[in-house]
Design a protein around this ligand. Structure first.
Ligand code: NDP
Ligand code: MG
Length: 381
């Protein structure tokens, strides 16, 4: 039996993780769940999974959980301390980081120090602090198992292979809903347009990130840390059908790929059962129906999010944190209709040019950089 804490259990990855648990209840057990503010769904999850502990980040909402908590003898905590308590619970073996944004950083560090394996969906953690997380995981002997579909594909392609023999990581991208458009044609994009992804149903933030290609930029950085490669070794390939989830090219020229229907439960389940592959009731690929798979070069001139990500990654230090924090704030402003669509990348670029560079930032300096980036943006937008 593997005991799980799910950070962000009410979100897209969180609910799909619970679906995997539901279908494998003799092997997976929930010990802790956390949400930001959605008490209605969290209550239902408490009734179904009866965890030892739940955390609701919004402290004002604790009282809404009291009755259900009493009924099932569940401890209720809140805030950052609560997230850390959930991530370090004694009976937990694996923490699924399905929380969105840099808020996931401190609980992930705490979980590693408590020797919990990490099923990592929260890519923002590796983007901003990969240089801290990866050595820490090694030091504490914990596994970081990728949940992001591309990274899971790469991880699967690397099964049994020597990592020193990687020549290139071929990171696939759908290109998002605006693939093929020019900057001029993207000026008036509204929130509703950007929230429609052609192949994947995901949380709001990552859906916007996919439309700007910032998501692919974050994934380039995530791949660098997970697989120990350089940025020159990560090549993005647009594959609009989202059938090939990514590939690895080895030094002998062989290319290994993982294919499948777009369904996040596969990478979630693989991270939880690795290296086993239990049955999953997902749609199978029908190659006759599919007919063909197409490939394109990413358009980095009109989709500046990807270009800026490579720049931030290559610059290193706290620049990936500036890139990520600026994007988080800009996306939330766009979702609240405070800025236009193209302002998202404009804000990222402005922040990257104006926040003071720090080489090899400590965890505190990463968090300080997030704050400085927010203050800089708030003073102008
Ligand atoms: P969602 O927005 O759907 O869910 C986010 C979860 O985090 C919810 O449980 C939410 O709680 C909680 N949360 C949000 N803000 C806070 C906060 N300030 N404090 C505490 N909890 C908070 O996101 P996704 O599931 O789409 O994404 C989660 C992570 O996984 C992201 O890092 C994303 O990049 C990554 N990912 C997602 C994929 C997908 O298919 N969705 C694919 C690959 C990676 P509440 O519901 O109460 O707001
Ligand atoms: Mg992905």
């Amino acid at each position: 039996m593997r005991n799980l804490t799910v950070l962000g259990s009410t979100g897209s990855i969180g609910t799909q993780t619970l679906d995997v648990v539901r279908k494998n209840s003799s092997e997976l057990k929930i010990v802790a769940l956390t949400a930001g503010s959605n008490t209605e769904l969290l209550k239902k999850q408490m009734e179904e999974f009866k965890p030892e502990l739940v955390c609701i980040s919004d402290e004002k909402k604790v009282s809404e959980l009291r009755e259900t908590a009493l009924l099932y003898n569940i401890k209720v905590v809140s805030g950052m301390d609560g997230l850390i308590e959930a991530a370090t619970l004694e009976h937990c073996d694996t923490v699924v980081t399905a929380i969105v944004g840099m808020i996931g950083l401190r609980p992930t560090v705490a979980a590693i120090k408590a020797k919990k394996d990490i099923a990592l969906a929260n890519k923002e953690t590796l983007v901003t602090a990969g240089h801290i997380i990866m050595p820490l995981a090694k030091e504490y002997g914990v596994d970081i198992l990728p949940v992001d579909s591309e990274h899971s594909a790469i991880f699967q392609a690397l099964n049994g292979e020597n990592h020193n023999r990687i020549e290139k990581i071929l990171l696939t991208a759908s290109g998002g809903p605006f693939r093929g458009r020019t900057i001029e044609q993207m000026k008036n994009i509204q929130v509703e347009d950007a929230l429609k992804h052609p192949n994947w149903a995901m949380g709001r933030k990552i859906t916007i990130d996919s439309s700007t290609m910032v998501n692919k930029g974050l994934e380039v950085m995530e791949a660098k840390w997970l697989f120990g490669v350089t940025y020159d070794q990560v090549q993005v390939i647009v594959q609009p059908e989202s059938i090939i989830h990514s590939m690895v090219q080895f030094k002998d020229g062989a290319v290994m790929a993982q294919l499948g229907s777009p369904d996040m439960r596969l990478p979630i389940q693989y991270a939880l059962f690795y290296p086993d592959r239990p049955y999953l009731d997902s749609k199978r690929l029908d190659f006759y129906e599919l007919g063909k798979i197409t490939f394109e070069k990413p358009d980095m001139e009109n989709f500046r999010g990807l270009k800026l990500a490579y720049q931030a990654g290559n610059a290193g230090g706290n620049l990936p944190t500036v890139f990520n924090a600026a994007n988080e704030l800009a996306v939330s402003k766009f979702l609240n209709r405070k800025i236009g669509y193209l302002d998202i990348t404009g804000i990222i670029e402005y922040a990257m040019n104006n926040v003071k560079k720090i080489e090899n930032p400590s965890l505190q300096e990463v968090l300080d950089t997030e704050k400085t980036t927010y203050e800089l943006i708030e003073s102008r937008w």
